[in-house]
Design a protein around this ligand. Structure first.
Ligand SMILES: CC(C)(COP(=O)(O)OP(=O)(O)OC[C@H]1O[C@@H](n2cnc3c(N)ncnc32)[C@H](O)[C@@H]1OP(=O)(O)O)[C@@H](O)C(=O)NCCC(=O)NCCS
Length: 142
């Protein structure tokens, strides 16, 4: 508990309408609550931050649970940003991924943030996106 923040690491009793609202607000996803529920339930590690019974931050990772993991969908409600909650979510995910190499990609506007949080820039990353045009326009790929 940090400043009355409750850290939840399971999908039980989570309102995925709220999860969907937070992720869609930032354009990190455009899925509705049912699909979002499936996405988080199918993930290896999840973190939800709750304050006053409201979800204020989310994050998840996919992993084999032994050696490799990838972090996705880190987001904090707009009015709660800049209070250390983003770092808290990442730290909680990292705890659940002990022993794993962890990769992630961030939005071009957040380059620098993850170095600040102890991650190193990858020199050899490649991606194959379903919607390449979107990722090219957003500056993820050349
Ligand atoms: C990115 C995001 C999750 C960060 O969460 P947050 O709760 O605002 O971040 P925190 O308060 O935990 O950490 C901010 C810290 O990172 C630093 N920081 C922020 N942006 C930075 C940047 N571009 N480069 C370096 N440091 C940065 C801040 O100075 C602060 O440092 P401090 O802890 O030493 O004071 C949040 O802003 C968010 O939800 N953004 C929109 C959703 C999004 O784009 N998510 C995708 C991220 S991959």
């Amino acid at each position: 508990m940090k400043n009355d923040i409750e850290i939840k690491t399971s999908t039980d009793n989570i309102d995925f309408g709220e999860v969907s609202e937070i992720l869609n607000f930032y354009g990190l996803s455009d899925y509705g609550k049912e699909i979002q529920k499936q996405i988080f339930q199918n993930s290896y590690a999840v973190v939800f931050l709750k304050k006053d019974n409201r979800i204020v931050g989310v994050g998840r990772a996919i992993s084999d649970g032994i050696t490799q993991a990838a972090i996705y969908n880190i987001a904090v409600r707009d009015s709660y940003r800049g209070k250390g909650y983003g770092k808290l979510i990442v730290d909680e995910l990292v705890k659940q991924l002990t022993g794993c190499n962890i990769v992630l990609y961030t939005h071009p506007k957040h380059i620098g943030l993850y170095e600040h949080w102890g991650f190193s820039r990858l020199h050899t990353a490649y991606a194959r996106y379903i919607d390449e045009t979107h990722y090219r326009e957003e500056g993820f790929i050349d």
